[in-house]
Design a protein around this ligand. Structure first.
Ligand code: MD3
Ligand code: FE
Length: 207
């Protein structure tokens, strides 16, 4: 029981799409962060990011004073990023299909952790625009800021709930976006991982 809402020519929200994978996703995240813990990366400008991040899959997104890049190993451990759990890959592939996009086989999954008050300022994602991005929201709700191709373009506010999946392809891939400061939850949550947190899984094709 999910619902598809168009938010651009090649972008849509699949409300509740991830709910049937919920326990699998949360269990896998808990295991992944034991091997590759959440950490606050530094931007090339030297600032520490509010969002804590880790990765799984063949490539992981990484940032430090030297710049942004995808790496095959976790610089913290020197080991390869943990493999992408099959449930993650299945969810991403089925979400792309539900969005009427060509077959999508992600090789990179960025896992973002937001605590109360954490935000992600408006930015543009680089990368291979031939492949879509699939993003899964878990835990605390958040307001996603959805802009245009220029930083100064107007932004729309899009509420995202636990279990929502957003798919961005083609012409919408280079749009500015961000996340408003995450607010305290109203009700207790079903999983310890989500206590006072929002977890976002972002699937991409790195190369
Ligand atoms: C929209 N993450 O990791 S969803 C990011 O909720 C990021 O953690 C947000 O922005 C989050 O870069 C938003 C992912 C997302 C990724 C790429 C996009 C949204 C996008 C590219 C174009 C438009
Ligand atoms: Fe982004």
């Amino acid at each position: 029981p999910w619902e598809r809402i168009a938010i651009g020519h090649q972008a849509c929200v699949l409300r509740g799409f991830a709910l049937r994978w919920e326990s699998d996703l949360l269990g896998q995240v808990q295991e992944l962060v034991q091997r590759a813990p959440f950490r606050h990366l530094r931007t090339p400008g030297g600032r520490q990011m509010q969002v804590a991040m880790t990765n799984c899959g063949d490539f992981g997104w990484y940032s430090d004073q030297r710049g942004y890049r995808y790496t095959a190993t976790d610089p913290l451990s020197g080991q390869p990023w943990p493999p992408m759990p099959p449930a993650f890959a299945a969810l991403a592939a089925q979400a792309a299909e539900a969005a009427d996009l060509p077959p999508f086989a992600p090789n990179a999954c960025l896992i973002n952790r937001y605590t109360v008050g954490t935000r992600l300022t408006l930015h543009q994602d680089e990368g291979d625009a031939r492949h879509p991005i699939v993003s899964v929201s878990l835990g605390l709700p958040a307001i996603f800021l959805w802009g245009g191709d220029q930083r100064a373009d107007a932004t729309q506010k899009l509420p995202l709930q636990h279990g929502d999946v957003v798919v961005w392809g083609g012409v919408d891939r280079m749009r500015y976006h961000g996340v408003m400061p995450v607010k305290e939850g109203a009700s207790p949550v079903a999983h310890p991982l989500l206590d006072g947190q929002r977890i976002n899984l972002t699937f991409r094709r790195a190369s």
